[in-house]
Ligand binder design. Structure first.
Ligand SMILES: Cc1cc2nc3c(=O)[nH]c(=O)nc-3n(C[C@H](O)[C@H](O)[C@H](O)COP(=O)(O)OP(=O)(O)OC[C@H]3O[C@@H](n4cnc5c(N)ncnc54)[C@H](O)[C@@H]3O)c2cc1C
Length: 293
């Protein structure tokens, strides 16, 4: 389990980081928390000649919230910081919930929110609620910045829209409507330190009558090559008076959209069943909570 030799670089400013990332290209890997990267290096699945540690760059970390505008979360912000942030818990509770379910306390204090999306594992915990909240990512280089929805940045298993010389620098979350309720849930083989076999986030808002669905977004994780945004659920629920029967129909529709596989963590059939269970549960929970706001 020894890693191959590599050279360690730790730039202190964005400019230094962009220069070194661009100069070393595919010979280098960006190091954030290392909780995914070092596992791959120890197993010799990858053997970069250089590691570029971006943790010393102040501009790439931290949580900033501006009322009416929304939140920016730096890519190297630790998962634990998101889990415990009072403002994340207040404004984006489904994200704080998901952060608190990732791995163990040790992993959450090392791993970063940027690493979780850049690793692009279908079972990633935080991309699902981030997509439900409409998050975009900013990727930066010496040449400037690009911004895109997170669901476009994550292209498939371990595949992201990051060109040579670019670094994911921050996430932007729009200000949620005061009436929006978002919920997150996952299913795994056990409670502690497991990788999800299905995870899901629902964001729902009701009309003033507290019965009619104004908007709904349902995002599924671990049932496709990337976070899967349901189109069938909003089509069935928007403009309709919410009911248990409609929730059951919507859950069935989500099951129809999911494309789960069988792997070490669960069978395709089990994952499909769990999509239905979580969708029904989250839609009902979100509806009940939305009636109270
Ligand atoms: C025991 C254990 C349990 C775990 N449990 C879970 C779990 O329950 N749920 C879950 O989702 N994950 C889990 N993980 C995986 C991992 O902890 C997370 O994916 C974590 O968020 C990765 O972040 P990191 O900062 O450690 O990434 P790193 O390992 O540092 O990087 C991951 C990849 O992203 C690239 N990268 C990182 N940051 C950037 C950036 N800013 N710009 C461009 N590229 C970048 C790296 O080059 C590398 O390819 C677990 C890992 C372990 C070891």
């Amino acid at each position: 389990m020894y890693m191959n030799n590599f050279e360690y670089l730790a730039p202190k400013t964005p400019g230094e980081a962009f220069e070194v990332v661009s100069r070393l290209g595919s010979k280098a890997r960006i190091l954030a928390g290392g909780t995914d990267l070092l596992v791959l290096m120890k197993d010799k699945i990858i053997s970069p000649e250089y590691l570029i540690d971006i943790n010393n760059i102040e501009e790439f970390k931290g949580i900033k919230y501006e009322p009416g505008k929304g939140m920016e979360i730096g890519a190297t912000t630790k998962i634990a910081e998101i889990q415990y942030s009072e403002i994340v818990k207040e404004k984006y509770p489904a994200l704080a919930h998901a952060a608190g379910e990732l791995g163990s306390s040790q992993v959450r204090h090392m791993g970063t929110i940027g690493g979780n999306s850049c690793n692009a594992s279908p079972s990633g915990e935080t991309p699902t609620p981030l997509v439900a909240y409409g998050a975009t990512v900013v990727v930066s280089s010496a040449a400037g910045e690009r911004e895109m929805p997170l669901e476009a940045f994550i292209q498939g298993v371990r595949k992201i829209d990051l060109k040579e010389g670019e670094i994911l620098t921050k996430f932007k979350l729009p200000e949620p409507s005061p009436k929006l309720v978002a919920k997150y849930a996952y299913m795994g083989a056990r409670d502690a330190n497991e990788i999800d076999c299905v995870n899901m986030a629902v964001a729902l808002e009701l009309e003033a009558d507290k019965k009619t669905v104004k908007s709904v977004k349902l995002v599924m994780g671990s049932v496709f090559i990337k976070p899967l945004v349901s189109t069938a659920v909003p089509a069935l629920l928007t403009g309709q008076k919410f009911s248990d029967e409609l929730a059951a129909k919507a859950a069935e529709a989500a099951q129809g959209e999911a494309k789960p596989i069988t792997d070490i963590r669960a069978s395709e059939e089990y994952r499909s069943e769990i999509v239905g269970v979580l969708a029904r549960r989250l839609l009902k929970e979100a509806f009940a909570a939305a009636q109270e706001v």
